[in-house]
Design a protein around this ligand. Structure first.
Ligand code: NAP
Length: 213
């Protein structure tokens, strides 16, 4: 069966996957861009923006795993837009007319709306369902390919609690946010369910890979 994979999910040393105070101007709240500086500096990210250069070391090796073999993504409502986006009929995400997914994307929300087809192969579907039910939809859309769980922390926590995550890459960024949305809440003894490896990057980021036993 296809795998459920998390890639490039960045957390602070104190475990926050986003800061407090998400808004249209501040998608990561008071965290700003600090959780993702390692990622946007990679060759993988730069080339996606059509730019030359970028780092080619450990950070890039992890970053580039984001794409291969993925046939659909599941994300939470707060990744798709700022608080209140459901009141804006024209909101189609942060990413412009050609979002970087190029697959069906299932947005978990308690206020679903009709699907939106974007340029480049991305279609956003809005679903109010349990993790198992939305995963069944995503798997059907992905065919033989894997399903990426795109975050944020709230949705990843739900899938971890349901035992539905096969692989998870977490990038621990050496900053202390103090407040925001935590990845590890209610995940006591999570380590018992996964084989975990860590690799340190010269950038200061520690990459953790969780492979389900
Ligand atoms: N650190 C990273 O690498 C990374 C990656 C991706 C995103 N982010 C950031 O993380 C933040 C978003 O994370 P988050 O934890 O706040 O929220 P989230 O996980 O994106 O979304 C949570 C919301 O999704 C909806 N939802 C979740 N499960 C549902 C279900 N089973 N059925 C129906 N609706 C469901 C609910 O919204 P409603 O009740 O409002 O519908 C819930 O409040 C953003 O700031 C984003 O930019 C960070």
């Amino acid at each position: 069966m296809s795998q459920v994979r998390v890639h490039n999910f960045a957390v602070s040393l104190d475990g926050f996957g986003t800061g407090e105070g998400q808004s249209r101007e501040t998608p990561f709240g008071h965290a700003g861009e600090r959780l993702h500086e390692w990622f946007v500096g990679t060759q993988f990210f730069q080339s996606g923006d059509g730019l030359p250069g970028g780092t080619q070391g450990v950070d890039n090796a992890f970053a580039a795993q984001h794409e291969p073999g993925i046939g659909a993504e599941i994300m939470g409502a707060n990744k798709f837009g700022p608080p209140g986006w459901q009141d804006d009929a024209d909101w189609t995400g942060w990413w412009g007319p050609n979002p970087p997914f190029h697959t069906p994307v299932f947005v978990l929300t308690h206020r679903p709306r009709p699907s939106v087809e974007m340029e480049g192969g991305t279609t956003f579907h809005f679903v109010d369902a349990t993790p198992a039910d939305v995963l069944a939809q995503a798997r059907a859309a992905a065919g033989d390919a894997d399903v990426r769980l795109g975050g944020g922390a709230t949705v990843i926590r739900e899938f971890l609690k349901a035992g539905l995550v096969d692989y998870m890459h977490v990038a621990v960024v050496p900053i202390v946010l103090g407040r925001g949305v935590r990845l590890w809440d209610e995940q006591e003894s999570l380590e018992q369910n996964f084989d975990i490896q860590s690799v340190s990057s010269p950038s200061g980021v520690t990459h953790l890979s969780f492979v389900r036993r």
